[in-house]
Design a protein around this ligand. Structure first.
Ligand code: ADP
Ligand code: MG
Ligand code: ZN
Length: 605
């Protein structure tokens, strides 16, 4: 802990105790006299006489119109009474007769323990309780750049259901890097001893929905150091100069709290390279400059680590990425099969699931899905279970929700005419048949011809047995052939083409173009790169880097590949025409068929 931080706390505690002492003194002054007032009961003359007769009266004090007397009953309890009594002389006589003392009544104080309780014990409990709370607050995480009361409330809510690394599945490398940071901040001496310097800035980069924000929150949950979360957009203000001030305030606050972690989510809002974009960027550039200065401003071993997340690393200002600033990049990529299984399980824990759910099947059917999509799949499954009036989420719920999330809801009111239904059946079976016949392609899990809200009329759910990192040329051609097969089947059977293949065409072209321009898979262009699409997680346009003449040639080469694949699809379908008819008829009748049913018919001799 830093010296300054310690002093701050000490000051606060001293102030707190002085205030407490004043409160206790005030209570004593104001309350004590009231409480200490003796209790005097009033009684009538008859009662007084009864007390006398019973021999309980010990002392009597004669005042002007009244008498004051003390009664000590058989149990030894002492009480004071006040009685109106006019004829004092007679009274004195009778008292002397009975040998009762006449003098000054010493009033006993009210209950000693009650006074003690109210003036001392309660204040002590009060002071200690708030003292403990205060200590917790001083030790705990607090504050953020917004600095409003609302923020504190949000934080309190967060800390109750804390996010930890257990909530982030399938991002082991990212977690490892971040655990190291948390460890460094917790045990700075260990690292200083060996001379290791902690990185100042860590950038989490990856496509949307892969858990970058979640990782940031998990670091907060794991760290036993203060954590200051801000969003990049918080710096972007209407008024010039405010953004820069916010950055300054943020780092001031952080250095007061060091060791601590700052987390800037969506840093691309402020970190965009200077000079990019239109209109007046002065404000943003000022903010960025301030950020750059602040990142340089603090020393490595001071214990402030800046964590940032973005899905557009390519537009960040290079100055922000140079060593000494955000020099460590942690990639948060789309999860692989095991990662997807793990993510599904993490989210399934929050729902009541049937015991024998096959998560790996769902994971295989969702190649390329992000963590956010998987979370959504589990949730959609749960919603479906409720709709169906069940208490548990079943396998079929999850399978249906995969289609809902990846292809949209079923369209209940869109009725296909029998003719259309027939075309869609052939189209979908065309895709599936090609996938199954080409050994390299993934087998299908499910085929449906129920229209979806996304606009697709059918859906073939594929299952990748494993994630492939390297894909060779013939596999790529096979993939394009599979996309072409829907249209090919229509042509083969009906001799006509429909509009139903638009998405297939788009996909096929994308792959074919990448083969030519990026993977160097044609003899014509050999290993020449004609497009750059480096590090673009949002799937935006890649840039063409060749001359217009070459671009023409590229288009020709792309077309050639697609034609090759289309021919291949046609050839395979022709070879299996009998099966095509059989399967399409079956799908037409059932509307939804499983992969097993499909394979049964295909393998039947
Ligand atoms: P982004 O990378 O765009 O910041 P988020 O962190 O906001 O993505 O993720 C959105 C949601 O998706 C999370 O709240 C979480 O429910 C889910 N999610 C994403 N990735 C994972 C993961 N690796 N493990 C568990 N849940 C995840
Ligand atoms: Mg995010
Ligand atoms: Zn299709």
């Amino acid at each position: 802990m830093s010296e300054k931080n310690k002093n701050d706390k000490l000051e606060f505690i001293i102030f707190y105790y002085i205030a407490s002492v004043f409160i206790v003194m005030y209570i004593n002054w104001m309350l004590l006299p009231v409480l200490a007032k003796p209790v005097i009961n009033t009684s009538t003359q008859e009662e007084f006489e009864r007390h006398i007769d019973a021999g309980e009266v010990s002392v009597v004090e004669i005042l002007k119109d009244n008498i004051l007397y003390t009664v000590k009953d058989s149990n030894g309890n002492i009480k004071h009474y006040k009685t109106h009594y006019s004829d004092a002389n007679e009274l004195i006589g009778s008292l002397m007769e009975k040998n009762i003392e006449i003098g000054v009544v010493e009033l006993n104080k009210s209950d000693f323990f009650l006074v003690l309780l109210i003036t001392l014990v309660i204040p002590i409990i009060f002071v200690t309780y708030y003292g403990i709370k205060l200590k917790e607050k001083l030790n705990g995480n607090e504050g953020c750049a917004g600095e409003t009361k609302d923020d504190d409330k949000v934080k309190d809510k967060d800390s109750r259901n804390k996010t930890t690394f257990c909530d982030v599945a399938g991002q082991e490398e990212a977690k490892e890097s971040l655990i190291e940071i948390v460890d460094y901040l917790s045990y700075t001496e260990k690292y200083n001893e060996i001379g290791a310097v902690c990185p100042k800035g860590i950038l989490l980069v990856g496509p949307p929905g892969t858990g970058k924000t979640l990782l940031g929150k998990a670091v907060a949950g794991e760290a036993n150091v203060p954590f200051i979360p801000v969003s990049g957009s918080e710096f972007v203000e209407m008024y010039v100069g405010r953004g820069a001030k916010r950055v300054r305030d943020l780092f001031d606050k952080a250095s007061k709290k060091a060791p601590c972690i700052i987390f800037i989510d969506e840093i691309d809002t402020v970190g965009k390279a200077r000079g990019i974009g239109t209109g007046s960027n002065e404000e943003r550039e000022q903010t960025l400059n301030q950020l750059l200065t602040e990142m340089d401003g603090f020393e490595e071993n001071k214990g402030v680590v800046v964590l940032a997340a973005t899905n557009r690393p390519e537009i960040l200002d290079p100055a922000l990425l140079r060593p000494g600033r955000f020099d460590r990049h942690v990639r948060v990529e789309l999860p692989d099969v095991q990662g997807r299984v793990a993510i599904l399980k993490v989210h399934a824990k929050k729902c009541k699931m049937e015991p024998d759910i096959d998560y790996s099947l769902i994971a295989k059917a969702t190649a390329g899905a992000s963590g956010a999509q998987l979370a959504n799949i589990v949730n959609e499954g749960a919603l479906r279970a409720v709709r169906m009036g069940r208490n548990f989420v079943s396998q079929s719920d999850l399978e249906e929700s995969v289609e809902v999330v990846l292809a949209g809801e079923q369209k209940k009111n869109q009725i296909l005419s029998p003719e259309e239904k027939k075309i869609v059946s052939y189209h979908e079976i065309g895709h599936a048949l090609l996938a199954a016949v080409q050994i390299d392609s993934a087998p299908v899990h499910k085929i449906t011809i129920i229209p979806r809200t996304s606009g697709s009329l059918g859906y073939t759910m594929q299952i990748e047995e494993r994630d492939k990192t390297l894909i060779n040329r013939s596999e790529t051609i096979n993939k394009i052939a599979m996309f072409c097969a829907g249209r090919a089947a229509e042509e083969l059977v009906f001799g006509e083409c429909t509009t139903g293949a638009s998405n297939d065409i788009e996909q096929a072209t994308k792959i074919a173009r990448a083969m030519v321009t990026r993977y160097g898979m044609t003899d014509e262009f050999d290993m020449m790169a004609m497009e750059t699409g480096r590090g673009n997680y949002l799937g935006g346009n890649s840039q063409v880097t060749c001359s217009p003449e070459t671009a023409k040639e590229v288009d020709k080469a792309v077309l050639l590949i697609i034609k090759e694949a289309h021919l291949k699809a046609m050839k395979v379908l022709k070879e299996n025409e009998q099966k095509l008819h059989e399967l399409a008829e079956f799908l037409y009748q059932k509307e939804t068929i499983t992969g097993e049913q499909f394979m049964d018919i295909l393998n039947k001799k």
